[in-house]
Design a binder for this molecule. Structure first.
Ligand code: FAD
Length: 311
Protein backbone atom coordinates (compact mmCIF):
# COMPACT_ATOMS: atom_id res chain seq x y z
CA UNK A 1 0.00 0.00 0.00
CA UNK A 2 1.23 3.48 -0.84
CA UNK A 3 2.43 5.61 2.05
CA UNK A 4 2.15 9.23 1.03
CA UNK A 5 3.88 12.19 2.66
CA UNK A 6 2.13 15.46 1.78
CA UNK A 7 4.26 18.52 2.43
CA UNK A 8 1.79 21.10 3.72
CA UNK A 9 2.15 24.78 2.98
CA UNK A 10 1.65 27.44 5.62
CA UNK A 11 0.85 31.09 4.85
CA UNK A 12 0.64 33.63 7.68
CA UNK A 13 0.44 30.85 10.25
CA UNK A 14 -2.55 29.21 8.57
CA UNK A 15 -2.77 26.14 6.39
CA UNK A 16 -2.66 27.27 2.76
CA UNK A 17 -5.71 25.99 0.88
CA UNK A 18 -3.37 24.30 -1.62
CA UNK A 19 -2.70 21.57 0.94
CA UNK A 20 -6.29 20.27 0.78
CA UNK A 21 -5.91 19.89 -2.99
CA UNK A 22 -2.69 17.93 -2.61
CA UNK A 23 -4.50 15.65 -0.16
CA UNK A 24 -7.15 15.15 -2.87
CA UNK A 25 -4.40 14.02 -5.26
CA UNK A 26 -3.02 11.73 -2.55
CA UNK A 27 -6.48 10.20 -2.11
CA UNK A 28 -6.60 9.51 -5.84
CA UNK A 29 -3.27 7.65 -5.57
CA UNK A 30 -4.70 5.79 -2.58
CA UNK A 31 -2.94 4.76 0.61
CA UNK A 32 -1.98 6.15 3.98
CA UNK A 33 -1.74 9.96 3.92
CA UNK A 34 0.51 11.85 6.33
CA UNK A 35 0.82 15.64 6.23
CA UNK A 36 4.15 17.16 7.33
CA UNK A 37 4.25 20.80 8.40
CA UNK A 38 7.54 22.62 8.86
CA UNK A 39 7.80 25.90 10.74
CA UNK A 40 8.57 27.35 14.14
CA UNK A 41 4.97 27.25 15.39
CA UNK A 42 2.67 25.18 13.22
CA UNK A 43 0.05 24.37 15.86
CA UNK A 44 -2.90 26.14 14.23
CA UNK A 45 -2.08 24.78 10.78
CA UNK A 46 -1.65 21.26 12.19
CA UNK A 47 -5.07 21.40 13.86
CA UNK A 48 -6.58 22.39 10.53
CA UNK A 49 -4.65 19.73 8.58
CA UNK A 50 -5.82 17.05 11.02
CA UNK A 51 -9.43 17.72 10.00
CA UNK A 52 -8.79 17.17 6.28
CA UNK A 53 -10.66 14.20 4.93
CA UNK A 54 -8.37 11.23 4.28
CA UNK A 55 -5.42 12.37 6.41
CA UNK A 56 -4.27 9.73 8.88
CA UNK A 57 -1.55 11.66 10.69
CA UNK A 58 -0.04 15.15 10.88
CA UNK A 59 3.65 15.62 11.65
CA UNK A 60 4.78 18.91 13.19
CA UNK A 61 8.43 19.67 12.51
CA UNK A 62 8.99 22.75 14.63
CA UNK A 63 12.39 24.40 14.99
CA UNK A 64 13.62 28.00 15.09
CA UNK A 65 15.46 27.30 11.81
CA UNK A 66 12.13 26.51 10.12
CA UNK A 67 10.59 29.88 11.00
CA UNK A 68 11.24 31.35 7.57
CA UNK A 69 10.43 29.24 4.55
CA UNK A 70 13.67 28.37 2.78
CA UNK A 71 13.78 25.49 0.32
CA UNK A 72 17.47 24.93 1.07
CA UNK A 73 16.69 24.45 4.78
CA UNK A 74 13.49 22.46 4.35
CA UNK A 75 14.73 20.02 1.69
CA UNK A 76 17.27 18.02 3.77
CA UNK A 77 14.70 17.65 6.55
CA UNK A 78 12.02 16.47 4.12
CA UNK A 79 14.47 13.94 2.66
CA UNK A 80 14.94 12.48 6.14
CA UNK A 81 11.20 12.53 6.87
CA UNK A 82 10.54 10.80 3.53
CA UNK A 83 12.27 7.60 4.63
CA UNK A 84 9.74 4.77 4.42
CA UNK A 85 7.28 6.71 2.26
CA UNK A 86 6.42 5.70 -1.30
CA UNK A 87 5.40 9.24 -2.36
CA UNK A 88 6.32 12.79 -1.38
CA UNK A 89 3.79 15.29 -2.74
CA UNK A 90 4.12 19.07 -2.92
CA UNK A 91 1.61 21.72 -4.02
CA UNK A 92 2.30 23.25 -7.43
CA UNK A 93 2.84 26.65 -5.81
CA UNK A 94 6.01 28.74 -5.67
CA UNK A 95 6.81 26.96 -2.36
CA UNK A 96 6.35 23.48 -3.85
CA UNK A 97 8.10 24.26 -7.10
CA UNK A 98 11.05 25.65 -5.16
CA UNK A 99 11.39 22.79 -2.68
CA UNK A 100 10.41 19.62 -4.61
CA UNK A 101 13.36 19.65 -7.06
CA UNK A 102 15.84 19.81 -4.19
CA UNK A 103 14.17 16.85 -2.51
CA UNK A 104 14.14 14.80 -5.73
CA UNK A 105 17.77 15.65 -6.41
CA UNK A 106 18.80 14.58 -2.92
CA UNK A 107 16.83 11.34 -3.26
CA UNK A 108 18.29 10.79 -6.73
CA UNK A 109 14.90 10.51 -8.45
CA UNK A 110 13.29 12.36 -11.32
CA UNK A 111 10.49 14.65 -10.20
CA UNK A 112 7.02 14.21 -11.66
CA UNK A 113 5.76 17.76 -12.17
CA UNK A 114 2.17 18.99 -12.28
CA UNK A 115 0.22 15.79 -11.67
CA UNK A 116 -3.28 16.19 -13.14
CA UNK A 117 -4.54 12.63 -12.70
CA UNK A 118 -3.18 9.59 -10.87
CA UNK A 119 -4.13 6.43 -12.78
CA UNK A 120 -2.27 4.23 -10.31
CA UNK A 121 0.42 4.81 -7.67
CA UNK A 122 3.03 5.02 -10.45
CA UNK A 123 1.12 6.31 -13.49
CA UNK A 124 0.22 9.97 -13.85
CA UNK A 125 -1.11 12.47 -16.38
CA UNK A 126 0.76 15.76 -16.65
CA UNK A 127 0.63 18.67 -19.10
CA UNK A 128 3.33 19.39 -21.61
CA UNK A 129 3.84 21.98 -24.42
CA UNK A 130 2.23 24.74 -22.34
CA UNK A 131 -0.74 22.52 -21.59
CA UNK A 132 -1.47 21.77 -25.24
CA UNK A 133 -0.78 18.08 -24.79
CA UNK A 134 -1.25 15.71 -21.89
CA UNK A 135 1.34 13.00 -21.38
CA UNK A 136 0.88 9.87 -19.28
CA UNK A 137 4.09 9.03 -17.45
CA UNK A 138 5.13 5.94 -15.55
CA UNK A 139 7.42 6.75 -12.64
CA UNK A 140 9.75 4.21 -11.01
CA UNK A 141 8.33 3.39 -7.58
CA UNK A 142 11.71 3.08 -5.90
CA UNK A 143 13.13 4.72 -3.84
CA UNK A 144 10.13 7.12 -3.82
CA UNK A 145 8.04 9.23 -6.16
CA UNK A 146 8.50 12.96 -5.67
CA UNK A 147 5.83 15.04 -7.37
CA UNK A 148 4.14 18.42 -7.51
CA UNK A 149 0.37 18.56 -7.86
CA UNK A 150 -1.37 20.79 -10.41
CA UNK A 151 -3.82 22.56 -8.11
CA UNK A 152 -6.27 23.48 -10.87
CA UNK A 153 -6.89 19.77 -11.51
CA UNK A 154 -8.08 18.84 -8.02
CA UNK A 155 -10.95 19.89 -5.80
CA UNK A 156 -9.90 20.44 -2.21
CA UNK A 157 -10.95 17.72 0.20
CA UNK A 158 -13.35 18.86 2.88
CA UNK A 159 -13.10 18.67 6.62
CA UNK A 160 -14.39 15.68 8.53
CA UNK A 161 -11.21 13.85 9.53
CA UNK A 162 -9.63 13.74 12.97
CA UNK A 163 -6.05 12.66 12.39
CA UNK A 164 -3.49 12.32 15.16
CA UNK A 165 -0.99 15.15 15.48
CA UNK A 166 2.59 14.19 16.38
CA UNK A 167 5.80 16.14 16.80
CA UNK A 168 8.71 15.00 14.69
CA UNK A 169 12.32 16.06 14.43
CA UNK A 170 15.19 15.31 12.12
CA UNK A 171 18.96 15.28 12.47
CA UNK A 172 19.45 16.63 8.96
CA UNK A 173 22.47 18.89 8.56
CA UNK A 174 21.18 22.29 7.51
CA UNK A 175 23.08 24.28 4.90
CA UNK A 176 25.11 27.30 5.91
CA UNK A 177 25.34 28.71 2.38
CA UNK A 178 21.76 30.01 2.36
CA UNK A 179 20.18 32.24 4.97
CA UNK A 180 16.96 34.17 5.23
CA UNK A 181 17.44 37.93 4.83
CA UNK A 182 13.96 39.42 4.50
CA UNK A 183 10.60 38.88 2.88
CA UNK A 184 8.93 41.57 0.83
CA UNK A 185 5.41 40.42 0.11
CA UNK A 186 2.48 42.34 -1.26
CA UNK A 187 -0.17 42.65 1.43
CA UNK A 188 -3.61 42.50 -0.03
CA UNK A 189 -7.14 42.12 1.24
CA UNK A 190 -8.10 40.62 -2.11
CA UNK A 191 -8.60 36.87 -2.50
CA UNK A 192 -5.57 34.76 -3.31
CA UNK A 193 -5.23 34.42 -7.09
CA UNK A 194 -4.78 30.65 -7.01
CA UNK A 195 -7.72 30.02 -4.69
CA UNK A 196 -10.16 32.70 -5.93
CA UNK A 197 -13.56 31.76 -7.37
CA UNK A 198 -13.58 34.91 -9.50
CA UNK A 199 -10.64 36.58 -11.25
CA UNK A 200 -10.45 39.78 -13.30
CA UNK A 201 -7.31 40.07 -15.43
CA UNK A 202 -5.86 42.88 -17.49
CA UNK A 203 -3.40 42.85 -20.35
CA UNK A 204 -1.01 45.08 -22.24
CA UNK A 205 -3.96 47.11 -23.48
CA UNK A 206 -4.23 48.84 -20.09
CA UNK A 207 -1.12 50.82 -20.96
CA UNK A 208 0.00 51.86 -17.46
CA UNK A 209 -0.22 50.93 -13.78
CA UNK A 210 -2.46 53.93 -13.27
CA UNK A 211 -4.92 52.75 -15.92
CA UNK A 212 -4.79 49.24 -14.42
CA UNK A 213 -6.76 50.66 -11.47
CA UNK A 214 -9.99 50.05 -13.38
CA UNK A 215 -9.24 46.31 -13.22
CA UNK A 216 -8.66 46.48 -9.44
CA UNK A 217 -11.84 48.50 -9.06
CA UNK A 218 -14.01 45.99 -10.95
CA UNK A 219 -12.38 43.10 -9.07
CA UNK A 220 -13.09 44.74 -5.71
CA UNK A 221 -16.71 45.31 -6.64
CA UNK A 222 -17.01 41.61 -7.50
CA UNK A 223 -14.92 40.28 -4.59
CA UNK A 224 -12.54 38.87 -7.19
CA UNK A 225 -8.78 38.38 -7.33
CA UNK A 226 -6.72 40.36 -9.84
CA UNK A 227 -4.62 38.70 -12.52
CA UNK A 228 -2.58 39.90 -15.48
CA UNK A 229 -0.93 38.79 -18.67
CA UNK A 230 2.82 38.55 -18.85
CA UNK A 231 2.89 41.60 -21.11
CA UNK A 232 1.20 43.64 -18.37
CA UNK A 233 3.69 42.33 -15.81
CA UNK A 234 6.74 42.86 -18.04
CA UNK A 235 5.55 46.40 -18.76
CA UNK A 236 5.52 47.07 -15.01
CA UNK A 237 1.78 47.72 -14.67
CA UNK A 238 1.44 45.10 -11.90
CA UNK A 239 3.74 42.91 -9.78
CA UNK A 240 4.73 39.55 -11.24
CA UNK A 241 2.87 37.48 -8.65
CA UNK A 242 -0.28 38.43 -10.55
CA UNK A 243 0.88 36.78 -13.76
CA UNK A 244 -1.44 34.10 -15.10
CA UNK A 245 -0.19 31.51 -17.57
CA UNK A 246 2.50 29.03 -18.43
CA UNK A 247 5.20 30.90 -16.54
CA UNK A 248 2.77 32.45 -14.07
CA UNK A 249 -0.03 30.92 -12.08
CA UNK A 250 -2.29 28.13 -13.29
CA UNK A 251 -5.76 28.91 -12.01
CA UNK A 252 -9.23 27.36 -12.11
CA UNK A 253 -11.76 30.00 -11.03
CA UNK A 254 -15.47 29.70 -11.67
CA UNK A 255 -15.36 33.03 -13.54
CA UNK A 256 -12.40 34.54 -15.43
CA UNK A 257 -12.70 37.96 -17.02
CA UNK A 258 -9.88 38.86 -19.43
CA UNK A 259 -9.80 42.52 -20.42
CA UNK A 260 -7.40 43.63 -23.15
CA UNK A 261 -5.69 40.23 -23.32
CA UNK A 262 -5.09 38.73 -26.77
CA UNK A 263 -5.18 35.05 -25.72
CA UNK A 264 -1.65 33.83 -26.49
CA UNK A 265 -1.26 30.07 -25.86
CA UNK A 266 1.04 30.77 -22.93
CA UNK A 267 -1.71 32.80 -21.27
CA UNK A 268 -4.41 30.25 -22.09
CA UNK A 269 -2.27 27.54 -20.45
CA UNK A 270 -3.07 29.23 -17.14
CA UNK A 271 -6.86 29.40 -17.55
CA UNK A 272 -7.79 26.14 -19.27
CA UNK A 273 -9.65 24.93 -16.20
CA UNK A 274 -11.63 28.15 -15.63
CA UNK A 275 -15.32 27.30 -15.73
CA UNK A 276 -16.58 30.44 -17.51
CA UNK A 277 -14.32 32.76 -19.50
CA UNK A 278 -15.41 36.27 -20.43
CA UNK A 279 -13.27 38.25 -22.89
CA UNK A 280 -13.36 41.97 -23.51
CA UNK A 281 -11.28 42.96 -26.51
CA UNK A 282 -11.66 45.59 -29.19
CA UNK A 283 -10.31 43.23 -31.86
CA UNK A 284 -13.02 40.77 -32.93
CA UNK A 285 -10.28 38.50 -34.36
CA UNK A 286 -8.39 38.20 -31.05
CA UNK A 287 -7.65 34.50 -30.30
CA UNK A 288 -9.11 34.82 -26.78
CA UNK A 289 -12.58 34.79 -28.37
CA UNK A 290 -11.97 31.23 -29.59
CA UNK A 291 -12.02 29.91 -26.03
CA UNK A 292 -14.24 32.52 -24.37
CA UNK A 293 -17.74 31.51 -23.27
CA UNK A 294 -18.84 35.14 -23.52
CA UNK A 295 -17.12 37.71 -25.72
CA UNK A 296 -17.56 41.45 -25.82
CA UNK A 297 -15.98 43.30 -28.73
CA UNK A 298 -15.51 46.68 -27.12
CA UNK A 299 -13.02 49.20 -25.82
CA UNK A 300 -12.22 48.06 -22.30
CA UNK A 301 -11.89 51.65 -21.08
CA UNK A 302 -15.63 52.01 -21.75
CA UNK A 303 -16.80 48.47 -21.06
CA UNK A 304 -15.04 47.81 -17.73
CA UNK A 305 -16.35 50.92 -15.89
CA UNK A 306 -19.77 50.35 -17.45
CA UNK A 307 -19.79 46.75 -16.18
CA UNK A 308 -18.73 47.89 -12.72
CA UNK A 309 -21.47 50.54 -12.73
CA UNK A 310 -24.10 47.92 -13.47
CA UNK A 311 -23.06 45.61 -10.59
P1 FAD B 1 -1.08 41.56 -26.44
O1 FAD B 1 -0.82 40.25 -27.08
O2 FAD B 1 -0.34 42.75 -26.90
O3 FAD B 1 -2.65 41.80 -26.54
C1 FAD B 1 -3.29 42.96 -26.14
C2 FAD B 1 -4.75 42.81 -26.55
O4 FAD B 1 -5.48 43.93 -26.09
C3 FAD B 1 -4.95 42.73 -28.06
O5 FAD B 1 -5.74 41.58 -28.35
C4 FAD B 1 -5.72 44.00 -28.40
O6 FAD B 1 -6.68 43.80 -29.43
C5 FAD B 1 -6.40 44.31 -27.10
N1 FAD B 1 -6.68 45.73 -26.90
C6 FAD B 1 -5.86 46.79 -27.13
N2 FAD B 1 -6.46 47.94 -26.73
C7 FAD B 1 -7.68 47.59 -26.25
C8 FAD B 1 -8.76 48.33 -25.68
N3 FAD B 1 -8.69 49.65 -25.51
N4 FAD B 1 -9.88 47.66 -25.29
C9 FAD B 1 -9.97 46.31 -25.45
N5 FAD B 1 -8.96 45.56 -25.96
C10 FAD B 1 -7.83 46.19 -26.35
N6 FAD B 1 1.94 35.36 -21.32
C11 FAD B 1 1.11 35.29 -20.27
O7 FAD B 1 0.11 36.02 -20.21
N7 FAD B 1 1.39 34.43 -19.24
C12 FAD B 1 2.47 33.61 -19.23
O8 FAD B 1 2.67 32.87 -18.27
C13 FAD B 1 3.34 33.65 -20.36
N8 FAD B 1 4.41 32.85 -20.41
C14 FAD B 1 5.19 32.87 -21.55
C15 FAD B 1 6.25 31.96 -21.65
C16 FAD B 1 7.03 31.95 -22.80
C17 FAD B 1 8.13 30.94 -22.89
C18 FAD B 1 6.76 32.86 -23.84
C19 FAD B 1 7.60 32.85 -25.07
C20 FAD B 1 5.75 33.77 -23.73
C21 FAD B 1 4.95 33.79 -22.58
N9 FAD B 1 3.89 34.69 -22.45
C22 FAD B 1 3.05 34.59 -21.39
C23 FAD B 1 3.71 35.81 -23.38
C24 FAD B 1 2.63 35.58 -24.42
O9 FAD B 1 3.17 34.94 -25.53
C25 FAD B 1 2.02 36.94 -24.88
O10 FAD B 1 3.07 37.77 -25.34
C26 FAD B 1 1.27 37.70 -23.78
O11 FAD B 1 0.34 36.83 -23.15
C27 FAD B 1 0.54 38.88 -24.42
O12 FAD B 1 -0.08 39.62 -23.41
P2 FAD B 1 -1.38 40.51 -23.76
O13 FAD B 1 -2.43 39.62 -24.28
O14 FAD B 1 -1.65 41.34 -22.56
O15 FAD B 1 -0.80 41.49 -24.87
Amino acid sequence: MAKILVIGEISDGKLNSATAKVVAAAKQIGGEIVVALLGSDVGAAATEAATLDGVTKVLKVETAANKDILAATYAPQIVELASGYSHVLFPGTAFGKDTAPRVSAKLGVQQVSDIMVAHSPTSFDRPTYAGNAIVTVEAPASPAIVATVRLASFTAVGAGGSAAIESASTSAALPTHTRFVSLEAQKSERPDLQAARKVVSGGRALGSSDAFKIIYSLADKMGAAVGASRAAVDSGYVPNDLQVGQTGKIIAPELYIAAGISGAIQHLAGIKDARTIVAINKDAEAPIFEIADYGLVADLFTAVPELEGKL
